[in-house]
Ligand binder design. Structure first.
Ligand SMILES: Nc1ncnc2c1ncn2[C@@H]1O[C@H](COP(=O)(O)OP(=O)(O)OP(=O)(O)O)[C@@H](O)[C@H]1O
Length: 684
């Protein structure tokens, strides 16, 4: 039963022996497959002339099968290699009701069974029995197995830190899982890529990961509460739980930008799953707009707003970000459906159709987009005429009929129909093109919504069975209305309404609940990323009464006043030098605008190693000094953060407050702010 630490070390030794043996055996299998593939190919090559078609096909199938076996074996080998490095992180001894003796269960990243007797030696963290490790302390516990709920007692609970096959420590955890282990994990320095957190998943997080029932699950979580980590672990769990129905190709992640995608790209492969396809909202829009209209990007919209707060622009953004806007547009499209089709009798080259008949056809095809409906009506007229006359209808005549039917609709393209909406509501000023053929960002999704009504859409997303939307607060109800039309699948939607990078178009949890009436909402209130000092500091910028900081202590954040802008540059260099001397891996210098970021980059790029400037075109996050905007840094984290120029003439609007909050909440261990002139009132 491995009672003592000595027993445990011995047991680890035994397990490692078995793992290494399994590794060798699988390695041999892989070599065997490789040889067989080569021999079969050689055989086909040498005997090509003599083989008949059936033999050739059979040999080719054999090669494909061998490749398939080989690939599966390689995946298995990688999993065992990971287990050799760290076989397990937890153990629970569970006595099922009615049994006399408890059984120990070791829990790790993947499962592993003894080759000889098939006894499971390590349970995958996603296995039903492993849920008790996260959900219960010592005493009464249960888990849900395929046969139903299994109840009993947990008699022992332990945690281990095993690295490079060596047990660094072992802890008896009578309390909540691994307060000590969690503290150790959170105190570590950052990594280039997001890490898995399987060993320290908390109970409230586990209930989200293992939620199987919700069709649409909304996770509202405070900054640093682990939303993104949890969402990715949830994907891994669903892939394990529904392995027969769900593969990584059936899942799509909508994330804010490419750097963020790169940052999170490691978690699923670490958990033994394949990487998932990621897109941002603009890519989805681009697919629809290609060859038609250009459009402003979200980042450009925010950057423009930061440069100058034009009240007319804000009014346009706000109106289109409201819940009522979707209703207004729906009402308009309903009207457009019935009132903008004005049929007239058709008399073309002996083809006579009455307007009443046309109206009937139009109404009968109501489920189709308008333009497709009109085209179908024209086609039906031609077909009917062909059947009646028994002759082919010449294409110029068919064309004339089609043109006549299309003309009966008041608008011939989506843009005119969409533009007319603003005349219809008596506010034409709410629609402005940036320049010819370039839509404002706020118009992109309303336009797409109108296009779906008028022309329809080939989505290409039919295969998606689970959609994950991160940073939900930055998408508006009309964007969700488009998403709902594009994706008919389960969804996990996560974000934090406190972290919107554009308060004029932010969606609160209430709004989201309204959009997805039948969604289940779960909240995460504990913040894990930052020290308590940093979290409390950020709370003063934007107070969230629901937030509970994790008790991890560090340095107080500083606000450094500088007499001149040269003095400020000097101070920033001084802070960078501190970072260089420290054990930290990453420093984020997070500015309000890209222009400021470029300026600082120019000042420091030649003085230090590993300095990177990120903008919205960037695709990668690297360890070192990252200089970028708060907007771009959304979702990321750094060991140390510097926020320059926190003075009143730079940070003064609601938007600025949000940016400052996002910037400060990116810091894990150290936070410093600099300014010259008057300090922004958000920090007074
Ligand atoms: N249970 C946990 N064990 C260890 N680390 C955790 C746990 N939960 C969260 N973390 C850590 O907290 C940090 C924040 O996690 P994550 O980025 O997923 O949070 P978030 O809610 O998406 O943050 P934000 O909204 O502020 O971008 C990460 O470093 C993550 O590893």
């Amino acid at each position: 039963m491995n009672r003592t630490e000595k027993d445990e070390r011995q047991y680890l030794h035994e397990i490692l022996k078995k793992l290494k043996a399994a590794y060798q055996s699988i390695d041999q299998k892989i070599s065997g497959y490789a040889n067989e593939i080569q021999e079969t190919k050689k055989y086909i090559w040498e005997n090509n002339a003599q083989l008949d078609l059936a033999e050739k096909a059979a040999n080719r199938i054999a090669v494909h099968e061998l490749i398939d076996f080989g690939e599966k074996a390689i995946v298995q080998k990688q999993k065992i290699a990971k287990l050799i490095n760290s076989p397990y992180f937890g153990r629970i001894d569970f006595r099922e009701n009615g049994e006399i003796q408890e059984t120990p269960f070791y829990i790790g990243m993947h499962s592993f069974e003894d080759e000889s007797d098939k006894e499971v030696l390590i349970y995958d963290w996603r296995a039903p029995i492993s849920s008790m490790f996260y959900d219960f302390e010592m005493g009464n516990a249960y888990y849900t197995a395929p046969i139903g709920r299994i109840c009993g007692d947990i008699c022992l609970k332990r945690q281990y830190k095993i690295k490079d096959s060596h047990m660094e420590y072992m802890l008896e955890s009578a309390l909540n899982i691994g307060d000590d282990v969690l503290q150790k994990e959170l105190s570590r320095t950052s990594d280039e890529k997001m890490k898995n957190i399987v060993a320290t998943i908390q109970r409230e997080q586990n209930s989200i990961i293992r939620n199987e029932r919700s069709e649409i699950l909304i996770i509202q979580g405070v900054a640093g509460s682990g939303k993104t980590s949890i969402a990715l672990h949830r994907v891994a769990f669903l892939l394990y739980r529904f392995k027969e129905q769900l593969t990584s190709k059936d899942i799509l992640i909508i994330s804010p930008n490419k750097v963020f995608s790169d940052y999170i790209s490691n978690v699923l492969p670490e958990l033994g799953e394949e990487e998932i396809i990621e897109m941002d909202m603009e890519e989805i829009a681009s697919n629809e707009m290609v060859g038609r209209l250009d459009f402003q990007s979200f980042s450009q919209q925010v950057a423009d707003l930061m440069r100058s707060e034009d009240s007319r622009v804000i009014e346009r953004i706000r109106y289109k970000a409201a819940l009522d806007f979707v209703r207004d547009l729906d009402l308009y499209l309903e009207k457009a459906d019935t009132e903008y089709f004005s049929p007239t009798d058709i008399c073309i080259e002996g083809i006579n159709v009455s307007k009443e008949y046309l109206m009937q056809s139009y109404t009968a095809l109501k489920r189709m987009p308008v333009k497709k409906r009109l085209e179908k009506m024209a086609q039906d007229i031609i077909e009917k005429r062909k059947t009646e006359s028994g002759k082919k209808i010449k294409s110029p005549i068919a064309k004339k009929v089609k043109t006549a039917v299309l003309k009966m609709y008041k608008f011939k393209d989506t843009l005119s129909l969409y533009k007319n909406f603003y005349h219809h509501i008596g506010k034409p000023e709410l629609f402005q093109l940036i320049q010819k053929d370039t839509l404002e960002y706020a118009d992109v999704f309303p336009y797409m919504y109108t296009k779906m009504f008028f022309e329809g859409m080939d989505t290409g997303f039919e295969h998606v069975k689970h959609l994950l939307v991160d940073e939900m607060q930055d998408y508006t109800p009309i964007q969700y209305a488009v998403i709902k039309k594009l994706f008919h699948c389960k969804m996990t939607i996560l974000g934090d309404s406190f972290q919107s990078v554009n308060p004029h178009s932010a969606s609160s949890l209430e709004v989201l609940k309204n959009v997805f009436g039948d969604a289940e909402c779960m909240e995460l209130r504990k913040s894990y990323r930052s020290t308590i000092e940093i979290t409390n500091f950020a709370q003063k910028i934007k107070s969230n009464s629901k937030l509970v900081p994790i008790e991890r202590y560090g340095e107080e954040p500083t606000i450094r006043n500088c007499a001149t802008s040269e003095g400020q540059s000097e101070e920033i260099r001084h802070l960078i030098s501190d970072y260089v001397k420290s054990s930290y891996n990453s420093l984020g210098i997070l500015c309000k605008t890209q222009e400021q970021a470029v300026e600082i980059y120019q000042q420091v790029k030649d003085k230090y190693n590993d300095v990177y400037l990120l903008d919205f075109g960037s695709t990668e996050l690297k360890d070192g000094i990252t200089i970028t905007t708060a907007h771009m840094a959304k979702g990321l984290e750094f060991d140390q953060v510097i926020v320059p120029s926190v003075c009143s003439d730079i940070y003064h609007t609601d938007l600025d407050r949000s940016m400052l909050y996002v910037a400060c909440t990116r810091a894990m261990h150290r936070l410093d702010l600099t300014y010259c002139g008057e300090l922004t009132h958000f920090l007074c």
